[in-house]
Design a protein around this ligand. Structure first.
Ligand code: FES
Ligand code: FE2
Length: 347
């Protein structure tokens, strides 16, 4: 069977505050089909290892922290942050080869990243560029949700924003303008980059009450999508400039930034870590809260359609699917992903 997940990649395992310093802070994650334990040592260093004791497979996340080590609370084996067994109560020496696979970790832009390939291959330069909630020039609010779908569907969703007109009609939409854009995607080594302007449209639904009905806007969009599925976007709402092409020239009303990381747990479930907000320069009272609530509602809109799509695809696995013009972005992004997966799994 073809491999489903890229191994040599950084997967987001959450926000940095998701893994605390307390003794009970043994965080369970599932990433690309593997169960992981995350914790911080007494010095705050981040540790990731398989969440499975090599004795009788008890989850180590049900264990307890002891300094920089974790103890399995079934028969008491103690493992260091490198996964090597340090002690077995009742034995003078741990048995040969008693160790838990450990994974490379990194913290960047407020996110925790885990490299799912061999730790010695971990390359921090491959972590995507993102907007951080800790950037003093930005005011972003962050959270996460879980979606019961395959991550390829999520990639297709994020690589084709024409769905804003339909899926997000009640939040970001309010116009069919998104459906008439044919964005040019610039292929990158590990993703695609896309810039375009949605021109002369009414206000997005979530701000429509703030403007006269006849007001028109241009929305400047810049998206960087990288594998496995990281979506980094700057979304600027301008007064309409009346031009036909080029960057939006009208007054900048709202300058928004979002970082979204989609981590497949397994074939049918993913964890979605996201932030959204504005530059501090363009922020005004109440706007961060409005954006956060709108964004959360919009993710529930995506969740509803993606989970429904997944159910139907499982019910009709052999049904043909037709292609339309909006499949170009999804096609390119999935092509990049499949090429990288194929490269690490030579026939
Ligand atoms: S299952 Fe962990 S020590 Fe026995
Ligand atoms: Fe969406």
């Amino acid at each position: 069977m073809a491999e489903t997940f890229l191994k040599n990649a950084w997967y987001c395992a959450g926000w940095r505050d998701d893994v605390g310093l307390g003794q009970k802070d043994l965080v369970e994650r599932r990433i690309a089909g593997q169960s992981l334990l995350l914790y911080r040592t007494a010095e705050g260093a981040l540790v990731a290892m398989e969440d499975r004791c090599p004795h009788r497979s008890a989850p180590l996340s049900l264990g307890r922290k002891e300094g920089d080590a974790v103890r399995c609370m079934y028969h008491g084996m103690l493992f260091g942050p490198d996964g090597i067994c340090r002690a077995v109560p009742g034995m003078a020496q741990p048995p040969e080869g008693a160790r838990v696979p450990a994974f490379a970790t990194c913290e960047k832009d407020g996110w925790i990243w885990v490299w799912m390939g061999k730790p010695e291959d971990a390359d921090e330069s491959l972590i995507c560029e993102a907007y951080s909630p800790y950037d003093p020039d930005l005011n972003l609010r962050a959270n996460s949700i879980r979606i019961e779908t395959n991550y390829r569907q999520e990639i297709a969703n994020l690589a084709d924003l024409s769905h804003i007109s339909w899926v997000h009609d009640e939040t970001f939409g309010g116009t069919d303008g998104w459906a008439f854009i044919k964005p040019r995607h610039k292929r990158q080594a590990r993703g695609i980059e896309t810039r375009y302007v949605v021109r002369d449209i009414p206000s997005p639904r979530f701000t429509a009450h703030m403007f006269p009905k006849e007001a028109r806007f241009d929305i400047q969009v810049h998206v960087r999508l990288t594998v496995p599925c990281n979506f980094i976007m700057n979304f600027r709402i301008h007064e309409a400039d009346g031009l036909e092409s080029g960057d939006a020239q009208g007054a900048l009303l709202l300058d928004t930034y979002t970082s979204q990381a989609v981590t497949p747990r397994d074939e049918g479930t993913l964890d979605y870590y996201f932030s959204w907000g504005t530059s501090t320069e363009t922020e005004f009272p109440g706007v961060i809260d409005l954006m956060y609530r709108t964004n959360f509602d919009a993710f529930l809109e995506d969740k509803r359609i993606l989970e429904g799509q997944r159910r139907r695809q499982l019910e009709y696995p052999d049904a043909p699917q037709i292609d339309i013009v909006h499949d170009a972005g999804p096609g390119q992004m999935l092509w990049v992903l499949d090429k990288l997966i194929a490269a690490e799994n030579p026939a």
